[in-house]
Design a protein around this ligand. Structure first.
Ligand code: ADP
Ligand code: MG
Length: 317
């Protein structure tokens, strides 16, 4: 099957939006910006065997390739609008592309994102997506902006995706609820938007909580102290691993795609109600300190805790 047949399959299924002047089919897409909005652009690549296990279903690869990009827009408090897709395939496999689109377009529909173009080439399996979102001028959340004594929060639960990966790497049976978090991350788009004007800094947890909060610390020139027993964990994770492993997966494991953000103490009630309203309950896990670049961890008794190794290997990043 030649490349243009694959593109025709993609074009036939991609939904449009009113602000797409010209979508798939020409040399480039034409998009109409609403007046008074800034454009927010993010790109992420997923390589087979690096960013997802080789046995991942095409539909899950499709979902995840868009999800990780929408997660970056979520962390900026942007509203997704459009995306482009670069597909590198070992062979022109129509069944694979159909499966891929099932997952990709299901998530695109949920967030009303139009696929407006891309590129299709032959090569090792690799998927690169660019997403475009909109924000009001100065309405975006950034890594910079956290202040000393701000609370540190995280949405949802941490460690599930890393738990699935650990089971997969050990050749064990993978708990379905954990595998679902690895394969079908839910980008926190509504939560990100709700936090605009409330949070002082924000990042999505793709590489692991400590790594990603570390980026906020460096950008904001502050440090943080976290209560490792306050980190939210799913029932599935607690059932599957001992407490020490749970802590390690939560603090170091990647691929969760939750939002980690900071906010002044005065915002607690606003955050609790806003995060609940969009189905991404937020948990307070620590506070910002003046120790620039330092993240200290302790348990519920106040005893210092350090992870066995930082930067636990994973499929994220
Ligand atoms: P060109 O050679 O001018 O770049 P292509 O044959 O690569 O044209 O692409 C033709 C059209 O199909 C373009 O509109 C392009 O954006 C779109 N397209 C190609 N591959 C993809 C893809 N994987 N997903 C979405 N659109 C695609
Ligand atoms: Mg091209």
């Amino acid at each position: 099957m030649p490349e243009f047949d694959l593109i025709a399959r993609i074009q036939a299924r991609a939904a449009s939006r009113g602000d797409v002047v010209l979508g798939i089919g020409d040399d480039a897409a034409i998009l109409r910006m609403p007046p008074g909005r800034d454009l927010v652009v993010a790109m992420d690549t997923l390589n087979s065997g690096v960013h997802f296990p080789e046995d991942t279903a095409p539909a899950d690869i499709g979902w995840k390739s868009l999800a990780v990009n929408l997660s970056d827009l979520a962390a900026m408090a942007a509203t997704p609008a459009w995306c482009t897709l670069s597909l590198s395939l070992p062979q022109p496999d129509a069944a694979w592309v159909d499966g891929f689109l099932d997952g990709f377009l299901a998530l695109a529909t949920q967030h009303e994102v139009a696929l407006v173009g891309g590129d299709t080439t032959r090569g090792p399996l690799s998927v690169c997506v660019t997403v475009h979102g909109l924000v009001e001028p100065r309405g975006a959340l950034r890594r910079k902006g956290a202040r000393v004594d701000d609370d540190v929060w995280v949405t949802g639960t941490l460690g599930d995706a890393a738990g699935a990966l650990r089971q997969w790497q050990a050749g064990e049976a993978i708990t379905p609820a954990l595998r679902a978090r690895l394969d079908r991350p839910m980008p926190r788009v509504a939560a990100g938007r709700a936090l605009a004007g409330i949070a002082s800094a924000c990042i999505d947890v793709s590489d692991g909580l400590l790594a990603d909060l570390g980026h906020v610390c460096r950008a904001s020139r502050i440090g943080a102290v976290l209560d490792v027993d306050a980190l939210p964990a799913s029932e599935a994770l607690r059932r599957a691993f001992d407490r020490r492993t749970v802590r390690t997966l939560q603090s170091g494991g990647g691929d969760d795609y939750e939002l980690c953000f900071t906010a002044p103490k005065t915002a607690r009630l606003a955050i609790e109600s806003a995060s609940l309203a969009c189905g991404a309950p937020a948990t307070r896990i620590g506070r910002i300190t003046a120790d620039a670049g330092e993240i200290a961890l302790h348990d519920a008794q106040g005893v210092a805790w350090s992870p066995p190794r930082r930067g636990y290997e994973h499929f994220g990043g």
